[in-house]
Design a protein around this ligand. Structure first.
Ligand SMILES: C[S@@+](CC[C@H](N)C(=O)[O-])C[C@H]1O[C@@H](n2cnc3c(N)ncnc32)[C@H](O)[C@@H]1O
Length: 220
């Protein structure tokens, strides 16, 4: 049985994955690079072996990026990759569904449908909102059709067994979710379409609390 490490690293093998997934991957990086303000601090949730951080820093060397991953082995790989590419980025070992005692960031980013691999999705979104002034999430949507999913999972060495309520069940241990536009809208952010999904920018709770207070005052 393959380990998460054996499977997830294939998600970033751009020459092996489908052209639709590759286009999505590249679009997300461009969009993140465009949206994030200068010199911002950024936490990437599910940073894996750091390839995303390296790609983002190539576009935006001004950013101060920290990667978070639940798998210690990935962080070791990321550290090696940063050294090889002479890139400076921090790494944190942790689970985004648990409360993390770390400093706050300007942005928390969670890309390439990483959220779809995290079963406790609501807690993950809640914690991302607690950790960042803005949260950027990119997920697969309806355009990640069953047919495309089958090809994509094959390319990352997963065998699709059944699809139930937008959850792809694989023969291995992984369950992966795709999202509807309404679901992504329900997270409360501005939503953009990507080649096979959605990219949303959500303001953190601090800003929403402030707006609530203002409206309470108006009512009084
Ligand atoms: C499918 S990979 C995403 C790959 C990569 N982020 C990308 O952009 O292509 C999912 C990553 O999220 C990590 N992960 C899964 N659950 C997590 C959690 N609860 N907290 C932090 N990281 C998690 C995995 O270890 C893995 O590195």
């Amino acid at each position: 049985m393959p380990s998460p490490k054996d499977i997830y690293v294939n998600c970033d093998e751009l020459n092996n994955i489908t052209k639709e997934n590759k286009a999505n991957w590249l679009k997300e990086i461009k969009q993140v690079a465009k949206e994030i303000k200068k010199n911002a601090t950024v936490l990437q949730v599910g940073c894996m072996n750091g390839v995303r951080i390296i790609a983002l820093l190539k576009e935006r060397p001004d950013l101060q990026i920290t990667g978070l991953d639940i798998e210690k082995e990935f962080l070791k790989m990321a550290r090696k990759n940063f050294k090889k590419c002479q890139i400076k980025a921090k790494l944190i070992h942790g689970d985004i569904t648990k409360s993390l005692k770390i400093k706050k960031f300007d942005y928390v980013i969670c890309l390439n449908n990483t959220l779809g691999y995290i079963p406790e999705e609501e807690r993950a979104i809640e914690n991302m909102k607690n950790l960042g002034e803005k949260v950027i999430i990119s997920v697969y949507g309806e355009k990640f059709t069953n047919e495309l999913a089958k090809k994509y999972f094959q390319s990352i060495n997963l065998e699709l067994q059944k699809i139930k309520k937008n959850i792809f069940h694989t023969k291995e241990f992984v369950k992966v979710k795709r999202y509807t536009e309404n679901e992504v809208k329900s997270w409360g952010g501005k939503v953009f379409k990507t080649p096979i999904g959605y990219f949303t920018i959500i303001r953190s709770r601090n800003e929403i609390t402030f707006i609530d207070k203002v409206s309470e005052n108006v009512q009084i």
